[in-house]
Design a protein around this ligand. Structure first.
Ligand SMILES: Cc1cc2nc3c(=O)[nH]c(=O)nc-3n(C[C@H](O)[C@H](O)[C@H](O)COP(=O)(O)O)c2cc1C
Length: 222
């Protein structure tokens, strides 16, 4: 697949057919993704291929709890778990019926489930200790790798999605997965043969986020 087409058409896939994915194909995907960039080329990622059904159930139920809160908080109009908004961390205690979450319901039978960790000893966290906002730069050394997994999956005719929900319950998820100390659970990625691959993606136009010289500068016209 041509790279520009892949970049523009790799939508999130959360529902998969029953068709398995060969371990050899996953090995190829990871072999592509390892070319991702990282700070100092220190490649801090570690991957656990989660095969054990019990472990998948554990991961799924941990994620379900977080998702419930995420959507309930989101329904109040807030961005859930937003570091600039302390109220966005309040559980909403919904009393309605349990919402089904396709990603979580799929996790037991999805062809591939990956947990991605980052070895923090290999990450230069350039904005660590900033007194006015939480750090964001560390993720830059692991999320390009995650995205490359999804792009390579697409090139292999597969689809998938990443989620960071497990990071919210890292003490439990990390214990279940044997996360080494000094590591962060960065993402869980689910991959399989898509039931439907969305290719017309809704994104803002360049003019909505690009200005000249300064972020308050005039719009970049191209
Ligand atoms: C950091 C990150 C976290 C995400 N977490 C979740 C998640 O927990 N559950 C989920 O279903 N999708 C998750 N997604 C997928 C996004 O919802 C998806 O990329 C976005 O809605 C755009 O979807 P589209 O590509 O189909 O247009 C995540 C994506 C990223 C990059």
């Amino acid at each position: 697949m041509e790279i520009r087409e892949a970049i523009r058409t790799t939508g999130a896939v959360r529902s998969f057919t029953d068709q398995p994915v060969d371990a050899a194909v996953l090995a190829e995907i990871l072999d592509d993704a390892r070319y991702a960039p990282s700070g100092g080329n220190r490649q801090p990622w570690k991957v656990a291929v989660i095969q054990d059904p019990d472990l998948r159930r554990t991961i799924g139920s941990l994620m379900r709890g977080v998702m419930q809160d995420y959507f309930a908080i989101g329904a109040t109009g807030r961005t859930p778990f937003n570091a600039l908004d302390p109220d966005s961390f309040q559980p909403q205690h919904e009393t309605g019926p349990e919402t089904p979450f396709p990603l979580v319901e799929q996790i037991e039978k999805a062809p591939i489930v990956l947990a991605i960790a980052a070895d923090l000893a290999k990450v230069a966290m350039m904005d660590y200790g900033n007194p006015v906002r939480p750090p964001v730069t560390a993720g830059g050394s692991v999320y390009p790798f995650c995205w490359s997994i999804l792009l390579s999956a697409r090139a292999h005719g597969l689809g998938g999605v990443m989620t960071t929900f497990l990071s919210r319950v890292e003490s439990h998820g990390g214990a279940a997965l044997g996360l080494p100390s000094g590591h962060a659970l960065a993402a869980t990625i689910v991959i399989g043969h898509p039931i439907h691959q969305a290719t017309k993606l809704k994104r803002q136009p360049v003019s909505a986020f690009t200005t000249v010289d300064r972020f308050d500068g005039h719009p970049f016209a191209g």
